[in-house]
Design a protein around this ligand. Structure first.
Ligand SMILES: [Zn+2]
Ligand SMILES: [Zn+2]
Length: 106
């Protein structure tokens, strides 16, 4: 799960608007890879609708900023294709919120 020093770093990244560092961290990469493996590299929303699409990223159901404690929690993650991911983030379509632009490309 999430250890204290890493959690403190994460809080700092959130505060400084540097979540990109979280997505670059070894801890996230590991968890992300694990989630993809469990989901068979398959987009879980497409699967739910009877389609197949390769997973292209891993999404946080509860966003990292909303609850950093769940940032590395398997049950808070979902493998998605980019298309489904955009549907999960309607805020990305509202261009007046630039702070969302870079945070979740993965
Ligand atoms: Zn999909
Ligand atoms: Zn997401």
């Amino acid at each position: 799960m999430i250890d204290k020093p890493y959690y403190n770093k994460l809080l700092k990244w959130i505060k400084e608007d540097k979540l990109v560092k979280f997505y670059q961290s070894k801890q996230w990469r590991q968890v992300r890879q694990e989630r993809m493996k469990i989901d068979n590299n398959e987009c879980q929303l497409c699967k739910h609708e009877g389609r197949y699409h390769k997973a292209e990223m891993v999404h946080h159901i509860v966003h990292v900023k909303d609850n950093p404690l769940l940032a590395l929690s398997m049950s808070n993650l979902l493998s998605l294709c980019n298309h489904c991911h955009n549907l999960e983030h309607p805020e990305k379509l509202l261009k007046q919120k630039p702070k969302f632009t870079n945070e979740e490309r993965w």
